[in-house]
Design a protein around this ligand. Structure first.
Ligand code: SER
Length: 580
């Protein structure tokens, strides 16, 4: 049996041999990109480098990245869809191009994973009025021995990837499929058909374009390759498993769920396993259930778990055992799981309790509403707002009674609610990671000054918990357990402005993580041993591990002002600040 960890190791080793540097999984919360809630692909943390910034680990990179996709949440429980998954990826940042990339893909699949060459099918981009047909990739595949009848030209809907958010790097791709040997579902069945005959395992994106805010595709400064291979799917196909839930990373979870259930229901078991795993990873990053954005996604995952557990008639608090199992399986690669285990379990329980309190009255309300037939968007929103019913739960409850739910109407109400809420208002800011305008650079440098000023005024224990920059403002989350006093805010502003006025140089130095630690650089320090990083020095005031970009001199920043300071969770404060 090929295990999850074997595949990861084989992949990393193979690309290291091809002169790639291994980089660590980034956070599941995208840094500085307000246009998406979660990291959905390995390329996401690399956006600035795909746009031309220099990466401290060089031009060839390889990683295993934790990802979350909620677009397919309704498909979870079938044989291939998960919300949380791991993605293997390798990148050329303006280095090799199609021939080498496809060559390496082929070599890894056929010679390392020993996949039968006859089972390999590929798709390439068919072309449209803006980008030509990708005959170059097709030719390379043919040269490697893939016959024409196993190469399919597909339109943009299938063979184009990105951008990950609203803007950023993207391009045509070539995708690799394995024939499972099942019968074709009809005459036209081909790779891309989701009947289960062809299993997609790898995607190599030729990133030549940058999609701008106005919807234009501009040529990128450099031609990049971005590949992504889903770990769960690949392990499943290598072991001839019928679904991703049969592989090692799920097997134990499913078994434990079954042991704790009165009823057997395959779909419910799978949903619970998937959602509990995803919730564990989100809680490990200190996301807390709420009615907004990331918190809402987490709430939906937890509440769906509870609902499907009811169908299974599970034992009380059995989730704890499943969560611990998830932590155990992944803790070596993701130390934050073990480190935050208490927090994860505590917050999960809290949310469960909260839901239990409103569930009964909510169900009563639902029955009441359902008496009048189909459920309007307004009523679905009422159930969400007052009783915490995630929309898909209302839809599922409706289905049981043969009632339709106006999901579009609900979404409209939800959007309204988000707009009114301040956090949701971030969405209106333009930019994201793909934006490295002068303004965001300045604010990025200001963030480093702020972090250090906070430590000097509030104490050394202060650490960054998150940051988000748009061209208009910076947002900085940190650990502190009370409201800041007005004098403290003024003192922090004073220090930052002093540093700006001293016109200090910002200097970037490359070093290993250990050297960075030794010199006392601030940073998240989740990089692997030996990994190279950039440390940005602002004279001798601040030193921080960071990918950049930054301005050259502090005098470029102008005047720094804190516009808001508030609590966002127990023990976590948020500052918003601007430069005038
Ligand atoms: N970004 C592409 C994907 O997610 C390849 O890594 O499939």
């Amino acid at each position: 049996m090929m295990k999850t960890n074997d595949l990861k190791k084989k992949y990393i080793d193979f690309f290291k041999k091809q002169n790639h540097e291994e980089i660590n999984s980034a956070s599941i919360i995208p840094e500085n990109d307000p246009t998406v809630l979660f990291t959905t692909a390995g390329m996401h943390p690399l956006v600035p480098f795909l746009l031309g910034e220099e990466h401290p680990s060089g031009k060839r990179l390889v990683s295993v990245q934790k990802c979350l996709r909620t677009g397919d949440i309704d498909d979870v429980g079938d044989s291939t869809h998960n919300t949380f998954f791991e993605m293997l990826g390798n990148w050329s940042l303006g280095d090799y191009w199609k021939k080498e990339s496809i060559g390496m893909c082929y070599d890894f699949l056929i010679n390392v994973l020993k996949i039968d060459k006859k089972k390999l099918y590929v798709t390439v981009f068919k072309g449209n009025d803006k980008v030509p047909k990708d005959e170059e990739s097709a030719k390379i595949w043919k040269k490697l021995g893939i016959p024409e009848e196993r190469i399919f030209y597909m339109p943009k809907e299938d063979n184009w990837w990105g951008p990950a958010g609203e803007t950023g790097p993207c391009g045509p791709d070539t995708e690799m499929f394995i024939d499972t040997g099942k019968e074709k579902c009809n005459e036209n069945c081909k790779p891309g058909c989701n009947c289960g005959k062809y299993f997609e395992i790898w995607n190599s994106v030729f990133m030549e374009y940058n999609k701008t805010k106005s919807g234009k595709y501009e040529p990128l400064k450099q031609k990049n390759v971005d590949t992504g291979m889903g770990v769960e799917r690949t392990v499943a196909i290598l072991n001839n498993c019928e679904s991703v839930y049969e592989i090692d990373s799920f097997k134990k979870l499913i078994k434990k769920i079954r042991e704790n259930s009165k009823n057997k229901n395959k779909k419910a078991e799978r949903i619970v396993a998937d959602h509990l795993k995803a919730s564990t990873f989100l809680l490990a990053e200190k996301i807390i259930p709420s009615n907004l954005d990331r918190g809402y996604v987490l709430r939906r995952l937890i509440r769906r778990t509870i609902r499907y557990s009811k169908i299974l008639e599970t034992k009380e608090n059995y989730e704890e055992e499943i969560i611990k199992s998830v932590i155990d399986f992944y803790k070596e690669d993701y130390p934050e799981l073990d480190k935050n285990a208490d927090f994860i379990l505590k917050e999960f329980k809290k949310e469960k309790k909260k839901f239990a309190r409103t569930l009964k009255t909510g169900l009563r309300k639902f029955k009441d509403i359902a008496k009048d037939g189909d459920i309007s968007g307004k009523d679905a929103f009422l159930l969400f707002q007052s009783f915490g019913f995630p929309i898909e739960m209302t839809v599922e409850l409706g289905k049981e009674k043969n009632l339709k739910v106006d999901v579009n109407g609900f979404n409209k109400e939800y959007e309204k609610h988000k707009k009114m809420s301040k956090k949701g208002a971030n969405k209106k800011f333009k930019g994201g990671l793909a934006d490295s305008s002068k303004e965001t650079k300045k604010l990025h440098t200001a963030t480093h000054l702020l972090g250090e000023a906070l430590r000097r005024v509030l104490g050394k224990k202060v650490e960054q918990r998150g940051s988000n920059i748009t061209p208009e403002r910076l947002r900085f989350d940190f650990n502190f357990d009370r409201k800041l006093k007005q004098e403290e805010i003024e003192e922090i502003e004073k220090i930052v402005n002093e540093k700006i006025n001293q016109d200090l140089d910002i200097v970037k130095k490359e070093m290993s993580v250990d050297e960075a630690k030794d010199i006392g650089a601030k940073g998240i320090f989740d990089e692997k041993y030996g990994e190279k990083v950039f440390v940005y020095f602002i004279d001798d005031f601040s030193k921080e591990i960071c990918g950049g970009p930054h301005v050259k001199k502090t005098s470029e920043l102008g005047k720094f002002k804190i516009v808001k300071e508030k609590s966002i969770a127990a023990g976590t404060r948020r500052i918003k600040a601007i430069l005038k």
